[in-house]
Design a protein around this ligand. Structure first.
Ligand SMILES: [Zn+2]
Length: 317
């Protein structure tokens, strides 16, 4: 089984624009320029593009490059070239996270003012030692860090969470702690119960405690995946977030951040990830399935779109 991704080029167009009336649906594809796009990325990009096109909406591209050590401008150029080769078109200009750190800082300041942020001095090693509990195996923890999505290697055990009420907490500064974390319990006490809607899974009661007190900023990075992702989707007016089911639990956290920051809540559609024949999700290690490699070995955009529409990458034509 798979999805049907018709040729983007075959769309009805009038003066280069879709002939159907524009709707308010806005989707986006948000790759990290840490390597070349592979078939799994094509699947995600086509899914978002299709969701916009089906409703005469708009498709955006966002470059998620807050990790300035691992992201490379050269990969960004390649990604855009690959997407264009695939036949996709998007609204210009694209948004690059590295150009918007002030937006994330402003959101962080709002959260600090609400008293739902606390400094954490734990190293990843400290957290790993404190959380050796096999039953707490969340999908997000298994996420391939190659994709730069999510910085929560392990759920935080709450070692540094203050017991004092927020009003009596000292001011939060980033110079000493390694990270600033979201106090999920305190935040939920402010917002009350929250819900969000997934087109595949239906209405969801938000349970941000699943990922726990996520990092909002690190000493070496003034924002985090969760914070920048939530802020960007709101600032770009994204109305439908499409992404892999590996990020389903992260959406609970993002819903909480939206409520705290008074941001609108988009609809979601978490879709299955493309896997290899053994059922493993594709990663940048699967160099053979890089769009660039497929292109160089003679695959046409139509063939790659057909392959990307499958849920198992063994379906290469
Ligand atoms: Zn800590």
């Amino acid at each position: 089984m798979g999805y049907r991704f018709p040729s983007p080029i075959a769309r009805d167009r009038t003066n280069g624009k879709p002939s159907r009336p524009m709707s308010s649906v806005i989707t986006r594809f948000a790759p990290s320029p840490t390597g070349p796009l592979h078939l799994g990325h094509a699947h995600a990009a086509l899914f978002a593009w299709q969701a916009a096109c089906d409703q005469g909406g708009r498709f955006l591209v966002r470059i998620e490059n807050i990790d300035r050590q691992r992201c490379r401008p050269a990969f960004e150029s390649e990604i855009l070239e690959d997407l264009a080769w695939l036949g996709l078109d998007w609204v210009r200009p694209i948004r690059r996270q590295s150009e918007h750190f002030s937006d994330y800082q402003s959101a962080l300041d709002q959260l600090i003012a609400l008293g739902v942020v606390y400094p954490c001095r734990c190293s990843r090693k400290d957290i790993a030692a404190a959380t050796r509990a096999p039953h707490l195996e969340f999908e997000s923890r298994k996420r391939d860090r190659d994709d730069n999505q999510g910085d929560e290697g392990l759920p935080y055990p709450g070692t540094c969470r203050p017991s004092a009420p927020s009003s009596s907490r000292p001011p939060v500064a980033l110079d000493a702690p390694l990270a600033l974390r979201l106090d999920v319990a305190r935040a939920l006490a402010l917002t009350g119960p929250l819900v969000w809607f997934d087109r595949a899974a239906g209405c969801q009661q938000a349970t941000p405690e699943r990922l726990g007190d996520v990092v909002l900023a690190r000493k070496d990075s003034p924002t985090s995946y969760h914070l920048s992702f939530t802020v960007d989707d709101a600032l770009q007016g994204v109305t439908l977030v499409t992404r892999g089911t590996d990020l389903f639990h992260a959406t609970h956290t993002h819903r909480l951040l939206q409520a705290l920051l008074s941001l609108p809540t988009p609809e979601y559609h978490h879709h299955p990830l493309l896997t290899d024949a053994q059922g493993r999700r594709l990663s940048k290690r699967d160099g053979a399935l890089a769009l660039r490699t497929l292109r160089e070995t003679g695959y046409t955009p139509a063939m790659v779109r057909a392959a990307a529409s499958m849920l198992v990458a063994s379906g290469l034509p």
